[in-house]
Write a protein that binds this ligand. Structure first.
Ligand SMILES: [Zn+2]
Length: 103
């Protein structure tokens, strides 16, 4: 499994869980507070992925995109919902088989 694939799985699980929570709230299976707490737990869990799933070369989270990086430093690092295919900091190919996490 590549770094990009692992990041993609985490993203899809997160969005899937949030969709289920939203559907349950709309259907009345959860109260508003229960849905809010469940969504907060999912979001906190996905935040862990930002620290775990990182570029194998430079260690940058694959969910941050450094599109405004320049010689003055990294100014803005927007958080994107899906992992990068190529590291925006060091240019490493994150679709290389087994680069960090093995097969
Ligand atoms: Zn990198």
């Amino acid at each position: 499994m590549t770094t990009h694939q692992l990041g993609l799985i985490f993203s899809l699980v997160r969005f899937g869980l949030l969709a289920v929570i939203a559907a349950a709230a709309i259907l009345g299976w959860l109260t508003g507070l229960q849905a809010f707490v469940a969504a907060a737990v999912v979001t906190a869990g996905s935040a862990v992925a930002h620290f775990v799933i990182t570029c194998e070369k430079c260690g940058k989270s694959v969910y941050y995109k450094e599109i405004f990086a320049n010689s003055a430093g990294r100014l803005i690092n927007p958080i994107v919902g899906f992992p990068e295919r190529q590291c925006s900091r060091c240019g490493a190919d994150l679709e290389v088989q087994g680069a960090k996490y093995g097969q």
